[in-house]
Structure formats: structure tokens, C-alpha cells
Write a protein that binds this ligand. Structure first.
Ligand code: HEC
Ligand code: HEC
Ligand code: HEC
Ligand code: HEC
Length: 267
């Protein structure tokens, strides 16, 4: 992947028309380069390398990958996780597998962020950062408060929970993996931050959630359409739990997609 600088240099060498084409590729809003997943020295975030300039290397390598696909470079976590369970859950949720384990190799906070298979010493990060800094991006190893992942989502599951969408319809941005399992990347795309939080689609009005959860009459329910103002006490409680930041009408909460989303994942 070219850095913007080297692209600009190419523009000067090759002349404008070819350069413009290259630049339009390099500055696309959905590119990993402009997201916090660019942990190279040119990255926009605070967690970034002191000198490493390769954007992809924290996750992928062309040689000496650790054997996980796709050409995976980041060293894996050996953790046993506490997984989501509830009295109403029908899905059979086991230990994280597939691409979710790739995410957790950084996001469970147990492996140094610069620890990759292709190099003997971990890539050095600015500010002495080693593992994922404490905070919402560090999910930890207790996933019992996070949306379930790594379970088969098939017709048999829908037969037990009729509020779920038919899995054969999940062929767009929201998808299951090649083994029919739901993973972190059913909701997230690690390369594309155009909707914020690397979501695969805009979650305004909980649109992402509603792709799978056909909660029967949600769209006409009081929770969805109420013009009521959130009582100040409730707002204060939600606010202190980090669910919303300001008191406001329910429609405002709904528009941010925040309350429902925060209940579902990573909180
Ligand atoms: C922060 C981690 C991360 C970074 C950085 C990253 N990727 Fe990925 N990439 C992933 C994960 C995880 C997958 C597995 C598929 C998924 O979960 O969506 C993947 C999958 C891929 C695939 C397989 C096809 C696909 O899209 O699923 C290609 C090709 C790829 N990445 C290329 C790149 C390139 C090129 C770069 C550098 C510009 C890069 N990636 C940077 C995490 C990353
Ligand atoms: C190589 C390490 C690495 C891998 C692998 C990785 N991430 Fe991240 N991720 C990061 C870092 C670093 C940040 C920014 C942390 C910070 O600034 O505190 C981040 C931030 C995020 C954020 C928050 C974005 C924001 O705007 O604050 C989300 C969501 C996220 N990652 C999801 C994923 C998912 C899903 C996967 C797997 C498909 C994944 N990540 C794989 C390192 C990684
Ligand atoms: C059902 C969809 C869904 C699944 C599955 C999912 N996430 Fe998320 N994730 C979200 C949404 C929605 C947000 C934004 C939360 C908000 O608005 O407060 C988010 C936020 C995050 C954040 C940012 C921190 C935060 O709490 O806001 C990280 C990091 C993250 N997810 C990582 C992951 C990882 C890693 C996995 C797999 C282990 C995963 N997510 C599985 C939907 C999902
Ligand atoms: C890719 C499809 C998909 C998406 C997108 C999705 N979910 Fe789910 N969700 C499921 C499936 C499947 C289950 C397991 C249901 C079961 O076992 O009955 C589940 C379980 C849950 C549960 C636990 C139910 C229980 O009985 O304990 C909650 C709550 C939930 N989802 C909320 C959300 C929210 C909020 C969002 C949006 C941020 C979301 N989901 C997005 C598919 C999805």
C-alpha cells in the first residue's frame, strides 16, 4: 500500500492524469490508511509506530505469516474467553473462532499490538504503548457483555427464534462467514471506517441490528416512535453508564443508534 507521500511523489514523476487516478485510490474515505487501524508511523490515531511505515504489516504479511488466513501476521492470543450466555439465547456459542480470533489478537488486550510473526522483536509503538490501552477498545477476555459471535446462524436457529432474519438474506454488507457463522466482521469491516467504529453499514436507527433482528413490530412500537422526552433521572443513569451523553428525546436517542447498539456490543 502506497503512502500518500509516495503517491504524491509518483504524481510528480508520472504527470498529472496518472497521478490523479492514483491519488483518488489513496485518499478514498473507506481506506484503512485513514483509520486508526493504520498503526504505522503515518497513522491518524494515538496508537501508532515510532518508525514502521508499513500499514498492513500489523495484521498481514506476504512472507512468514503465522499460518492463519488471510496471510495473518499478528501473533494470536492463547486466551480462554468467558462467552455470552443468557436464558433466552438459542444460539450455541463456543470459544471465538475464525476471523473473530484475528480481531481478539489485539482487542482482548493480552498480546502486544506490535507483536508480529514476520519480525523477531515487536514493532515499537510511540509512547511506550504495548498491549491495547485500557478503555472501550480493550474488550478484555470476558466477552459475556458483548454481542455473541462464533456460532452457526442457520435455518434451525431461526426455527427456534422467529424474530431472526432468514440467514440466506445476509448476502450484503452484513454477512456470515464461509462456515455460516456470525463473527465480529458480520458487523465490522477492519479496512473501512466510513460509518465510524468500522461498522459495515450506518447504524442510525439501529439499521444494522434490524438487518438480523426482525423484532416484529419495532418500527411501529412506542420505543421506536415515541415523541416523549427521556425522564431526567433515566437520562442521567444512561449518561453515567456511558450509553448516551446528553438527556434528550427518545427520537434523539433513536437517531444516534447509540442506546440499542451499546446494549448489544462491547460495552
Ligand atoms: C488492523 C488489522 C488489519 C489491517 C491493518 C489490515 N487488514 Fe486486511 N484483513 C484484516 C482482517 C481481520 C481480515 C479478515 C477478513 C475480515 O475479518 O474482514 C482481512 C482481510 C484481508 C484480505 C482478504 C480479503 C478481504 O478483504 O476479506 C485482504 C486482501 C486484505 N485484508 C488486505 C489488506 C491490505 C492490503 C492491508 C494494508 C493496506 C490490510 N489488509 C490491512 C485485518 C487488517
Ligand atoms: C493489529 C491490531 C488490531 C487488530 C488485529 C484489530 N484491531 Fe481494531 N483497533 C486496533 C487499534 C490500535 C485501535 C485504536 C485503539 C485506540 O486508539 O485506543 C483499534 C480500534 C478499533 C475500533 C474502534 C474504532 C474507533 O473509531 O475508535 C473498532 C470498532 C475495531 N478496532 C474493530 C476491530 C475488528 C472488528 C477487528 C477484526 C476484524 C479488529 N479491530 C482488528 C488494533 C487492531
Ligand atoms: C452485532 C454486531 C456486532 C458484533 C458481532 C460485534 N460488534 Fe463491535 N460494535 C458494534 C457496534 C454497533 C459498535 C458501536 C457501539 C456504540 O455505538 O456504542 C461496536 C463497537 C466496537 C468497538 C469500539 C468500542 C466500543 O465499545 O464502542 C470495538 C473495539 C469493537 N466493537 C470490537 C468488536 C470485536 C473485536 C468484535 C468481535 C469479538 C465485535 N466488535 C463484534 C457491533 C458489533
Ligand atoms: C448478522 C446478524 C445480526 C446482527 C447484525 C445483530 N444481531 Fe443480535 N443476534 C443475532 C443472532 C443470530 C443472535 C442469537 C439469537 C438467539 O440465540 O436467539 C443475536 C443475539 C442478540 C442478543 C441476545 C439475545 C438473547 O436472547 O440473549 C441481543 C440483545 C442482540 N442480539 C442485540 C443486537 C443489537 C443491539 C444489534 C445491533 C448493534 C444486533 N444484535 C445485531 C444476529 C445479529
Amino acid at each position: 500500500m502506497k503512502s500518500i507521500l509516495s503517491t504524491v511523489r509518483t504524481i510528480f514523476r508520472r504527470g498529472l492524469p496518472a497521478g490523479l487516478l492514483l491519488l483518488s485510490v489513496a485518499v478514498r474515505a473507506d481506506s484503512v490508511v485513514h483509520s486508526v487501524h493504520n498503526m504505522s508511523v503515518s497513522g491518524p490515531g494515538t496508537v501508532k509506530a515510532t518508525t514502521e511505515s508499513d500499514v498492513c504489516i500489523f495484521c498481514h504479511t506476504v512472507h512468514r505469516s503465522n499460518g492463519q488466513t488471510p496471510l495473518w501476521n499478528h501473533n494470536m492470543s492463547g486466551t480462554n474467553y468467558i462467552v455470552y450466555s443468557s436464558p433466552t439465547l438459542k444460539a450455541v456459542v463456543g470459544q471465538p473462532n475464525g476471523s473473530s480470533r484475528l480481531c481478539l489478537s489485539c482487542h482482548d488486550g493480552t498480546v502486544a499490538l506490535g507483536s508480529v510473526n514476520s519480525q523477531t522483536a515487536p514493532i515499537e509503538l510511540a509512547g511506550g504503548v504495548s498491549t491495547m490501552p485500557a478503555g472501550p477498545n480493550n474488550l478484555g477476555t470476558d466477552l459475556s457483555g458483548d454481542h455473541p459471535i462464533s456460532f452457526v446462524y442457520n435455518a434451525a436457529l431461526v426455527a427456534q427464534d422467529s424474530t431472526l432474519a432468514d440467514p440466506s438474506t445476509l448476502t450484503g454488507k452484513v454477512k456470515l462467514d464461509s462456515t455460516g457463522q456470525m463473527q465480529c466482521d458480520s458487523c465490522h469491516n477492519p479496512h473501512d471506517d466510513q460509518f465510524g467504529n468500522f461498522l459495515v453499514m450506518d447504524n442510525t436507527g439501529s439499521a444494522l441490528c434490524l438487518t438480523c433482528h426482525n423484532t416484529p413490530s419495532w418500527t411501529v412500537s412506542a420505543h421506536a416512535i415515541s415523541p416523549q422526552i427521556l425522564p431526567a433521572t433515566v437520562a442521567a443513569k444512561l449518561s453515567s453508564s456511558g450509553s448516551i451523553t446528553t438527556a434528550g428525546s427518545l427520537s434523539k436517542v433513536r437517531a444516534s443508534g447509540k442506546t440499542v447498539a451499546t446494549m448489544g456490543c462491547a460495552s
